[in-house]
Design a binder for this molecule. Structure first.
Ligand code: PBG
Length: 332
């Protein structure tokens, strides 16, 4: 970087911060509604909502309610909504067959949203955990999360979601080889226009706790996800994963969680210059909301500050449970 800063008092960096107008002129990054992807939780039933206790302000929604929510999001200018199904413990199975059922909860919601609110992009989740009796993202055989057999199932899941009308598929499973397998299947089956946003650098994080409550996976999960999700100590490996997924056909890549991994966000964006997103995950949302509810933090201000941090890190967008609240503030 060229050294253009003369010594004090020729340079007084406070000059540019003197008023809101000057601060606006020199602001380097700005959050807009276009940056927001809204993750929502689905449940069976009609005209019902269920508040998720560990995520104040977040609810599971029945399909009719999610259509209304999608309409509201579109009216706020939010470009995309991301669907996560809550599956009752009693209907989870070892073979996870519900995952690629064309009429499963997620696929019914996709169809209903695309019919009623075609302008909003629908993103879906590809991983077996909501359907899996042991809560893992892949099949468990003799205590091991098996890769290649899981990828075959994920491909079926991807095709069913594309068939239902999903615009963006979000593989969140961290199996090896799944992006290439999905891309080939999508091309072969007439879904060449469907985008893949790969959860490329997804860490084995304790910040996912409230999400597992929201999708009903907490009770089910045996052990941890460390044999497939990333070690939080690693950064170089994140770049290898992103590069691998791009070469296999990912259109967009994601870093997850968000706030504790902004260094990874910046490195990915600088290294590859591709559409890059972060997931401000359930635990990040929960901790900000909990502090705000206790009066320990100003909820609106920390929401906006946390989201602008992702823009400053170079990202193209953020998956955040704050999406509607942030959009309302941004829209004035
Ligand atoms: C699972 C999945 C998880 C999240 C999105 N997809 C949890 C996990 O890996 O256990 C977490 C999202 C959040 O915490 O908000 N495939």
């Amino acid at each position: 970087m060229a050294r253009t800063t003369a010594p004090f008092p020729t340079t007084r960096l406070r000059r540019n911060r003197r008023s809101p107008a000057l601060r606006a002129l020199v602001r380097e990054t700005t959050l807009t509604v276009d940056d927001l992807i809204w993750p929502v939780f689905l449940m069976e039933g009609e005209n019902e909502v269920y508040p998720v206790p560990s995520m104040p302000g977040v609810q599971r929604l029945t399909v009719d309610r999610v259509v209304t929510a999608a309409k509201e999001a579109a009216d706020l200018g939010i470009p995309a909504i991301c669907l996560f199904p809550y599956i009752e413990q009693a209907v989870k199975t070892e073979d996870c067959a519900g995952a690629w059922d064309p009429d499963n909860l997620s696929n019914r919601a996709t169809k209903a949203i695309k019919q009623a609110v075609p302008e909003i992009a629908v993103m879906t989740d590809i991983a077996l955990d909501p359907y899996n009796i042991n809560g893992h993202d892949g099949f468990v055989v003799d205590g091991e999360i098996v890769n290649d057999r899981t990828v075959e199932a994920l491909v079926k899941m991807a095709l069913a979601q594309a068939e239902a009308g999903a615009d963006v598929l979000g593989p969140s499973d961290m199996m090896d080889g799944r992006i290439g397998a999905m891309r080939a299947a999508l091309e072969a089956e007439g879904h060449s226009h469907v985008s893949i946003m790969s959860y490329s650098a997804k860490y084995a994080s304790a910040f996912y706790g409230p999400f597992r409550d929201a999708v009903g996976a907490s009770g089910a999960l045996t052990g941890d996800k460390k044999t497939y999700q990333m070690d939080p100590g690693n950064a170089d490996e994140a770049l290898r994963l992103v590069e691998r997924d791009l070469l296999e056909g990912a259109d967009m890549v994601m870093v997850k969680p968000g706030m504790p991994y902004l260094d990874i966000c910046r490195a990915v964006k600088d290294t590859f210059g591709v559409p890059t997103y972060a997931y401000q995950v359930s635990g990040e949302y929960a901790m900000l909301q909990a502090a705000a509810q206790n009066g320990w933090l100003d909820g609106e201000k920390v929401m906006m500050e946390s989201l602008s941090g992702f823009k400053r890190a170079g990202l193209d967008g953020i998956l955040t449970y704050f999406a509607p609240a942030a959009a309302r503030l941004l829209n004035g």
